[in-house]
Design a protein around this ligand. Structure first.
Ligand code: GLC
Length: 397
């Protein structure tokens, strides 16, 4: 679980990042993290963003609200697909080879199905840019990038009781009108019987999330490598053709003026002019060309000095920047790790080191909180947070 109280179940991308932390001192436990997560994979290949192991009374919305009725109770959307990247790293660095080899044999077909699901169900028109149906799917739930797209979604008309506010100060959490719309979308999938076609055509919220596109692409490259390592070459051509499609279309999301890629609102057909940490993740994916990477490196160079604690999840020049509210300004460690990895890949080693030092500074100041105020460095959200500790273990240490 990400943290007791606020998030008492298994979240998909938390789990992948956390497995990397476990790998540092308990390899069996790290692989178990993956096995348990994939035990909740849907028959169509989707990996839910939450698996509700056990009683979900303390959390809202629980499995009854999602209505997905699966063997392992779950939500009905996914999350940034970082799993193949985590598993490649686990496979390549794990010391217990027989453990790693048997785990890869079990997990590889599931990873292939999962990636297949993204392209089949979320990009039926083969644009190369998968779409996302919920801000929660981005993992950057309350990012200002989603504000306008979410504002067009109707509000639910039933009463409900939020549980998050019992754990965390309301100053650090989303407002009610946003929550009403989050829940409308949850209802919408259920009312449409989780039918991909109907949702793709009619969902009032559809965006191209550059974070998901980038993480999926990076994970796809790692998946190809895993297939090679496991001698499963038959699956490679179709993954490579999906990678090629994204590579061919990514340029449409580039904004030289902003020095980064932009999210895109599919409903209005417009780019979303908001610079967030997701908008530089194409570095992590290897999706940027040399000139684009140089622009992004420049942006990051300045961004690192723009707040006392960095990188702020939303650029501080945004009118919607708030240093401690969920995804509107605070720093998340695993995002810094991905950006730094991308910078190393493109040869910006000094800059990557600065991102690493900035990350260290948050933990040094406040410990293992969920996220950190970009101005004061104060720990925010849940305390004793799994992915924060995991990043400290496998990267900072
Ligand atoms: C919040 C975050 C999401 C994370 C989850 C559990 O919903 O926005 O990224 O996966 O908490 O930590």
């Amino acid at each position: 679980m990400p943290t007791d109280g606020l998030y008492p179940f298994q979240w998909s991308w938390d789990s992948a990042i956390t497995a990397l932390g476990w790998l540092e001192f308990d390899e069996e436990r790290a692989w178990q993290e993956a096995d348990v997560m994939f035990s909740g994979q849907w028959d169509n290949g989707m990996l839910p963003h939450i698996l509700f192991h056990g009683d979900a009374e303390s959390y809202f919305p629980g499995p009854d609200v999602w209505g997905s009725n699966t063997a392992v109770p779950s939500s009905a959307i996914s999350q940034p697909p970082v799993w193949a990247t985590a598993i490649r790293r686990m496979f390549e660095t794990g010391k217990d080879r027989s453990l790693a080899e048997s785990a890869l044999e079990r997990l590889l077909p599931k990873l292939i199905d999962y990636h297949d699901w993204w392209y089949r169900e979320r990009d039926p028109d083969e644009t190369g840019l998968v779409c996302s149906y919920h801000p929660w799917e981005s993992g950057m739930d309350n990012s200002p990038a989603w504000d306008d797209a979410l504002a067009r979604v109707p509000e639910v008309d039933w009463e409900y009781q939020r549980r998050d506010l019992g754990h965390v100060d309301s100053e650090q959490r989303p407002h009610k009108p946003q929550y009403d719309r989050y829940l409308y979308l949850v209802d919408f999938y259920k009312k449409n019987g989780f039918d991909s076609d109907a949702i793709y055509k009619g969902c009032p919220y559809r965006v191209i999330d550059i974070g998901i596109v980038a993480i999926l692409h990076r994970a796809g490259r790692d998946l190809v490598e895993l297939c090679r390592l496991a001698g499963e070459s038959a699956a490679i051509p179709s993954i490579e053709s999906e990678l090629a499609r994204t590579q061919a279309s990514i340029g449409t999301l580039w904004s030289k003026e902003n020095r980064c890629f932009l999210n895109h609102d599919i409903v209005t057909g417009e780019p979303i002019e908001e610079v967030t940490t997701a908008t530089v993740l194409p570095l992590f994916a290897g999706l940027a060309n040399q000139s684009q990477s140089a622009y992004m490196a420049d942006l990051i160079d300045e961004w690192l000095d723009a707040t006392a604690f960095a990188l702020s999840s939303t650029h501080p020049s945004s009118e919607r920047f708030e240093s401690q509210r969920y995804w509107r300004g605070p720093v998340w460690l695993h995002i810094n790790w991905m950006i730094a990895e991308g910078l190393y890949d493109y040869g910006y080693d000094d800059l990557a080191e600065r991102v690493k030092q900035a990350t260290h500074k948050c933990v040094d100041k406040s410990g293992f909180y969920e996220y950190f105020d970009a101005m004061s460095g104060a720990g925010c959200g849940g305390g004793q947070f799994s992915w924060t500790a995991a990043v400290a273990l496998y990267w900072l240490a």
